[in-house]
Design a protein around this ligand. Structure first.
Ligand SMILES: NC(=O)c1ccc[n+]([C@@H]2O[C@H](COP(=O)([O-])OP(=O)(O)OC[C@H]3O[C@@H](n4cnc5c(N)ncnc54)[C@H](O)[C@@H]3O)[C@@H](O)[C@H]2O)c1
Length: 355
C-alpha cells in the first residue's frame, strides 16, 4: 500500500516505524522544513532511498504521488485542513491527536469521510496498550458488574525547554494546553471505558507554572455519564522534575482495576470476584515503553491497513477522535463559563478560550 507522511517532527518517527513494521511502501514524506525530512529519514537509514520523494507542500505531494494512505503528524492546528484536503482527494487518512481544534472541523472530517469513502483513524493509540486491552475485555465480559466510577490521572512534566522548542506549543490556535495535548489520550480511555454517553462536565483549568503560555497547565474535571456513573479527569504538565504516571482506575461492584506506568501501560491492580484463568498473568502485565507514546502506533497502523483491505471501520475511527475532543472542549467551556456543560456540544473551539 502506497503511504506518505505529512509532518516530520518529534512523533513522526513512530509513524515511520509503524509504516516499516507494517510493510507499507513509503512513497513520500512532506514537511515545510526540509531539514526535518532529512533528519527523520536519516534516523531510519532511509536518506539514501531515492524511491521516497520529498515535498514541502502536501498539496504538491498528493498531486504527484497519489498515495493510498497518508498520516498527518503536523502541529495540531494544521490537522483539520490537511485531513480535509486528503479526504476530499479520496485518500485514507490517519490523523494525529487531537483530530481538530474545533467540533465544527471534526464534524466536517466525519462528513467528508462518509461522503467520499476515505477511511479516517485518529492516533489515540493508547487503546492498543496490552493493559488497556485486558481491561476493555474484562469490561465487555461484564466482569466489573455494575460500574460505580473511574478516574484518569495524567501527571506529567513539561518544562520551558519543551515549550521553547516549538512556537506552536501552548497556543490556542495550534495546540491547546496540557488537557488537549497531553491528556486527550486519557480522556479517550475514560470515555471509551465508561460509555461514550456523557450528560454533564464540570471543569476547572489553571495556568500556574507556565505563565509564558496562553493555555492551561493543569486541569480537573468531574464527568457525569448518562447511565449515572461518574468519573474524574486530572491532568497536568506541572509535575516536578519528570513524568510521574498516567493512571486509570475503574471501580465496579464486582471488580477493581488500576492501570499505571507512564501511559497506562502496566496493570497494577487486577481484582475480580470471578477469578479466571490468565488473571494471575494479567495482574503482572508490564509493557515497558521508551517514552509515553508507547507501542500503539504500530498496532494502530496495522488495524488501519486491515480496515482498508477488508472494508471495515477502524478500531479508533473519526467518531472516537471527536468524542475525546468533545470531552476536552467541554472542560474548556466549563472553565470559560464557570458553569457545568451539558453534552452533546454542537460546537466549541480552542479559539473561544482566547476571547
Ligand atoms: N499520539 C501521540 O502519542 C502523540 C505524541 C506526540 C505528538 N503527537 C501529536 O503529533 C503532532 C505533532 O507533534 P510533534 O511533537 O511531532 O511536533 P513537531 O513540532 O516536532 O513536528 C511537527 C512537524 O510538522 C511540520 N509541519 C507543520 N505544518 C506543516 C504543514 N502545513 N505541512 C507539512 N509539515 C508541517 C513541522 O515543520 C514539524 O516538522 C501534534 O498534533 C501532537 O499533538 C501525538
Amino acid at each position: 500500500m502506497r503511504y506518505a507522511l505529512i509532518g516530520c517532527g518529534r512523533i513522526s518517527t513512530n509513524h515511520i516505524t509503524a509504516a516499516l513494521a507494517n510493510k507499507l511502501e513509503i512513497v513520500a514524506v512532506c514537511d515545510i522544513d526540509r531539514s526535518h525530512m532529512q533528519s527523520l529519514l536519516s534516523r531510519h537509514q532511509l536518506d539514501k532511498d531515492l524511491t521516497i520523494q520529498r515535498f514541502e507542500s502536501y498539496k504538491d505531494m498528493i498531486e504527484a504521488v497519489k498515495p493510498e494512505l497518508v498520516s498527518i503528524a503536523t502541529s495540531s492546528g494544521e490537522h483539520a485542513s490537511i485531513a480535509l484536503y486528503c479526504i476530499e482527494h479520496g485518500i485514507n487518512t490517519i490523523i494525529e491527536k487531537p483530530m481538530a481544534m474545533s467540533l465544527r472541523d471534526a464534524d466536517a472530517i466525519i462528513e467528508a469521510s462518509e461522503r467520499t469513502g476515505a477511511l479516517v483513524s485518529v492516533c489515540q493509540q493508547c487503546r492498543f496498550n496490552k493493559a488497556v486491552q485486558k481491561a476493555r475485555l474484562a469490561l465487555e465480559q461484564g466482569r466489573f458488574g455494575k460500574m460505580s466510577h473511574a478516574s484518569i490521572n495524567v501527571y506529567w512534566h513539561r518544562d520551558k525547554a519543551y515549550y521553547d522548542h516549538d512556537a506552536w506549543r501552548g497556543t490556542w490556535a495550534q495546540d491547546g494546553g496540557c488537557l488537549m495535548n497531553q491528556c486527550i489520550h486519557g480522556a479517550d480511555l475514560l470515555r471509551w471505558m465508561m460509555g461514550t454517553e456523557i450528560d454533564t462536565v464540570y471543569g476547572v483549568t489553571r495556568n500556574h507554572l507556565h505563565q509564558y503560555l496562553e493555555t492551561e497547565d493543569v486541569g480537573l474535571a468531574v464527568i457525569q455519564f448518562k447511565d449515572g456513573t461518574i468519573g474524574t479527569l486530572e491532568g497536568s504538565g506541572n509535575v516536578f522534575r519528570e513524568n510521574l504516571e498516567e493512571t486509570l482506575y475503574m471501580f465496579g461492584e464486582k471488580g477493581k482495576v488500576k492501570l499505571g506506568g507512564n501511559s497506562a501501560n502496566n496493570v497494577e491492580v487486577w481484582d475480580f470476584s470471578d477469578p479466571r484463568p490468565g488473571d494471575e498473568e494479567t495482574s503482572k502485565l508490564n509493557e515497558p515503553a521508551p517514552n509515553v507514546y508507547g507501542h500503539g502506533h504500530v498496532r494502530l497502523f496495522a488495524d488501519v491497513i486491515d480496515s482498508i483491505e477488508n472494508h471495515h471501520a477502524p478500531y479508533v475511527d473519526a467518531h472516537a477522535g471527536r468524542s475525546a475532543l468533545e470531552l476536552i472542549l467541554a472542560i474548556y467551556k466549563s472553565q470559560k463559563t464557570g458553569l457545568p456543560v451539558k453534552l452533546p456540544l454542537d460546537d466549541f473551539s480552542t479559539m473561544e478560550m482566547r476571547k
